[in-house]
Write a protein of this length. Sequence first.
Length: 343
Amino acid sequence: MNREKESIRSLEPYVTNPTVCSVKLDANEGNSELYLDLLKNLANSDITLNYYPDDSYTDLKKAINAYVGYEPKNITVGNGSSELLDLCIKTFVDKDETILSLDPTFSMYSIYAQVFSAKYIGAKAEDDFVLNVDSIIEEIKESDPKLVILCNPNNPTGTLLTKDEVRKIVKSTDALIALDEAYMEFSDESLIDEVMEYDNLLIVKTLSKAFSLAGIRAGYIVANEGLITSIEKVRAPYNLNSLSAYIATKALEQKERMYDYIKDVKEQREVIYNALVDLNVKTYKSGANFVFFKSDIEDLQKKLVEKDVLIRKFSGKLDGYYRISIGTKEQNQKFLEAFKSIM
Ligand SMILES: *Cc1c(COP(=O)(O)O)cnc(C)c1O
């Protein structure tokens, strides 16, 4: 007997790659050392384990305020931005209403949409994954979505929309725009400074990428008070655990480290991009902490794994495309050496 609700029957569980390689560049994770001392300092913190977390997340919101400049009433925190994107759909989209995003983009958006029986449309990118803002606006007009999810810079292509392009989309519609700026620290086109000027814009942020804290699952949304109040109705109390909230707070208080790190990543991104282009590999300019490329080498991912390097391989419509996260200089060199030897 199939007890599953109708909407999820065609889904498969999300599978992450269990392969272990010493050079792990498949999931856009940051630097393992960046905030490692915070873990060691946990023992000396005043965290309590018997009490529930402070559900107002006062300290964390204070630290987020120092980073983005907004008050607690304009912030919701969550267990990774994954939970927050899920919360946005739970809060704003009913069964059979439409969610519009990009194609290709982060695969979780369509999965969350399906779980809530929403319709999902991906606005197709043009050749070479170029995003045409006017055709996105046209698709929004035609499909009249309740929610538009825009990933900028986009995962997995790395494509970056300018502030003006995103503004144009936000102003073109009454639909709510959830702008996923998970990778925006690696570029300079954030709309975060002006998010309060729009009544239909919320920005989803994570500590998983630039802050290199994917393991603690911490993210936040900033938006006007009305939108935040709606999300707060749906958010489960204590959704972020005390240990994660504490580490997130401390990391935000020491954001200078993160700025040094993103400087390195941007330099290394150029190195990898140029090296791949020099090898005549079709490579895409990226605004994020990864580079997307196409290769006809058969079983490239497997061959790299044999050389102890793990990158992300895509399938289906993106068969033949790969994404390599920007690692340390040494990791990137190991990737390039392995890649050259396979060629
Ligand atoms: C990695 C990533 C996130 C971050 O997810 P978390 O749940 O915060 O780790 C969000 N959006 C996109 C597009 C991503 O690639």
